[in-house]
Design a protein around this ligand. Structure first.
Ligand SMILES: Cc1ncc(COP(=O)(O)O)c(C=O)c1O
Length: 379
């Protein structure tokens, strides 16, 4: 069976974990956490980053840091993972869901401005499949209305926004940005994540929230002579053994990205050569790079998609779909304001993700495309 995902192991994970254990500091913020922070900040030029136990945690930190309170409104796409909304709902916010673009699952940047009210405190963009949201429009709206922009960059490691001949890394636009290192992501540590703090004014408090509401990080740097409870927070930091695993991945980021983009391009070539009018290929706008996170197809309807999933499974390959739009979820549908979001529903009904992981071979990809070809001959 060709799995949908297979977490890639670069080869040095156990060596670094052993070293972390030998160093005698395996709780959070040890040697490997600091190595990861330094590498990430240097590689992508972020002001500051903090490893977290998940992207969900990083988003929760963002909602706390922005002081989101009951009654505040937060705008975000409906076509996203639960965690994007959950972080803000936990603070008591009302979520105002925006539609996706018609050509891409990311937020329709032109639908956002009309959703803004006096109560809007934040806009969260999701760089779906590592493809950039249109950031010129989003930054302009956030600046004009003085609303915090947060990037859910769970899938967007090492992806860039292109504008006027310049490229700028995703995760560097929002006041705060959240990344995932879940095993389904390009760079992974099983579970894992990171909060990027681009507004220097939020950096000190971010560290306190990260360390259970204490100023322990300052104490360990020798900046204060005792530490204690100074704010709200939680235990958002991962053990140093997790950071050690992650470090083994981060030092191989170029190789991982190159390989995934090669696989993505191979799928694209195979489908373009076949040129099947019943399948739509993923669209990458001219303002975004592609980080090879996800290859998906848009099919004719939910029924064809279900039958194709079953056909692939019966013939040895696992393909999956996601997300159920959050405005239609059993938890939120009664709280949603009733607007229909047709593009989000279209992606929810027709999008199919194909296997894409480091060890996938060109031959396996060719087999998958042949199976899809056979399916359409018969259906
Ligand atoms: C867009 C988005 N946001 C947040 C998350 C949550 O990430 P994690 O599993 O690291 O908490 C995911 C997970 O896949 C995601 O796709």
């Amino acid at each position: 069976m060709i799995p949908f995902n297979k977490p890639h192991i670069t080869g040095r994970e156990l060596e670094f974990i052993s070293d972390a254990v030998a160093c005698g500091h395996i709780s959070g913020n040890g040697k490997y956490t600091k190595l990861c922070h330094k590498l990430i900040e240097e590689n992508w030029g972020f002001h500051k980053c903090l490893l977290t136990t998940s992207c969900t945690d990083a988003l929760e930190m963002a909602a706390i840091l922005l002081d989101i309170k009951p009654g505040d409104e937060v705008i975000m796409p409906s076509f996203t993972f639960v965690s994007t909304a959950l972080a803000f709902v936990r603070q008591g916010a009302k979520i105002v869901f925006a539609d996706s673009r018609h050509d891409h699952p990311g937020i329709d940047e032109h639908s956002v401005e009309r959703l803004i009210t006096q109560k809007t405190r934040a806009i969260v963009v999701v760089h779906y499949a590592g493809v950039a949201t249109e950031m010129v429009t989003m930054m302009d709206i956030a600046n004009r209305y003085n609303i915090a922009l947060v990037e859910d960059a769970a899938q967007a490691v090492d992806s860039f926004y292109l504008h006027e001949g310049q490229s700028r890394v995703l995760g560097s636009y929002g006041v705060l940005s959240a990344f995932s290192f879940h095993e389904t992501k390009n760079i992974q540590s099983g579970e894992g994540g990171m909060l990027v703090i681009n507004d220097p004014k939020l950096a000190k408090r971010a560290e306190i929230i990260w360390e259970k509401g204490t100023n322990r990080a300052e104490f360990f740097r020798g900046e204060v002579n005792k530490y204690g409870w100074v704010d709200i927070g939680s235990s958002f930091l991962p053990a140093d053994t997790i950071a050690a695993f992650l470090y083994a991945q981060l030092i191989e980021v170029k190789d991982i990205q190159t390989k995934r983009i090669e696989l993505w391009n191979h799928y694209k070539r195979l489908f373009q050569d076949w040129d099947c009018p019943r399948i739509q290929l993923p669209f990458v706008p001219e303002y975004s790079t592609n980080n090879g996170h996800m290859f998906y197809l848009m099919l004719e309807n939910i029924d064809i998609r279900q039958r194709l999933i079953e056909y692939l499974k019966a013939n040895g390959a696992l393909a999956v779909f996601h997300y159920l739009p959050l405005h239609l979820s059993s938890y939120y549908k009664d709280k949603h304001d009733g607007r229909i979001l047709p593009n989000a529903e279209n992606f929810a009904n027709k999008l199919l993700r194909l296997p894409l992981y480091y060890e996938l071979s060109f031959e396996q990809q060719e087999l998958i495309v042949t199976l899809i070809h056979d399916f359409f001959e018969k259906n």
